[in-house]
Write a protein of this length. Structure first.
Length: 259
């Protein structure tokens, strides 16, 4: 019996793979807000930096029908294209949920339930969802497994550690609703763990303490400026070390005059 020799053009295969990754990156970036959000005396700005062409972090911010501002930041398990696909599933599910205007704790409970219906082995998601009310200047949020957000003010930079299990791991998970009263000039920073776990050539991590110090030193900065200064500090710290993990962060900042 004669054998059949199949010649594979691996250069062509590599080009197709590269094209697919570029297209996947373009699609993922299209799901992230392109510009800051400015409304009712607040500004929201972001930084989104996958470690590879695509990644498992995601974020979004938007105006709700009652003029409140919604915001979420998330991180799914894994890296690369599989993580990006699962992140797209989570993001699509969240976008359907947030339009209802339900409290963040209930939104994360519903997200968890829907991810459990479509459970994928070894896949789950850490996410924070927040709603800011410009009428009362109160920010409500719930945390499913991400590092605690930072409340930044003239009084300092406080890490808020309350949280629950990542979404999609277990059935019937409950999340606590946290409410923080903000004041003119205050800011809130939401971020994934890739930010504080950024590593330099000595395998040292950037860390939460260094992040808090930068935020405290720049508590008067506008949202975009604070995002830029955090990103610059991380770049200086890691030097030329390849990026270890996806990084996503979002800053919500109140105007100093409260308008």
């Amino acid at each position: 019996m004669s054998s059949v020799v199949v010649n594979v053009d691996w250069n062509a295969v590599a080009k197709v793979r590269e094209y697919e990754l570029v297209e996947a990156r373009n699609l993922q970036l299209a799901m992230v807000p392109a510009e800051p959000l400015r409304s009712h005396g607040i500004e929201v700005a972001k930084s989104f930096l996958p470690a590879a062409e695509v990644g498992g972090d995601f974020l979004d911010y938007f105006l709700l029908s009652d003029d409140k501002v919604g915001l979420y930041v998330g991180d799914v398990t894994g890296k690369g294209l599989p993580a990006a696909l699962y992140a797209s599933l989570v993001l699509g599910t969240l976008r359907g949920i947030h339009k209802t205007g339900m409290p963040p704790s209930e939104a994360l409970e519903l997200l968890n339930n829907r991810l459990r219906v479509r459970a994928i082995q070894a896949r789950y998601c850490a996410v924070q969802y927040a709603v800011f009310d410009p009428a009362t200047q109160a920010l409500c949020y719930a945390n499913a497994g991400l590092p605690g957000p930072l409340h930044i003010s003239a009084r300092g930079c406080c890490e808020l550690l309350e949280g629950g299990m990542p979404s999609g791991m277990f059935d019937s998970v409950r999340y606590a609703l946290q409410t923080v009263q903000l004041h003119p000039g205050d800011a809130f920073l939401f971020f994934t763990d890739g930010l504080i776990e950024a590593r330099n050539a000595q395998e040292e991590e950037f860390g939460i303490e260094q992040l808090q110090e930068i935020c405290a030193q720049n508590h008067t900065a506008a949202a975009e400026a604070l995002v830029a200064r955090i990103s610059a500090a991380v770049d200086r710290f890691v030097g030329g070390t390849p990026q270890y993990d996806d990084m996503a962060l979002a800053v919500l900042k109140l105007d100093h005059d409260g308008r």
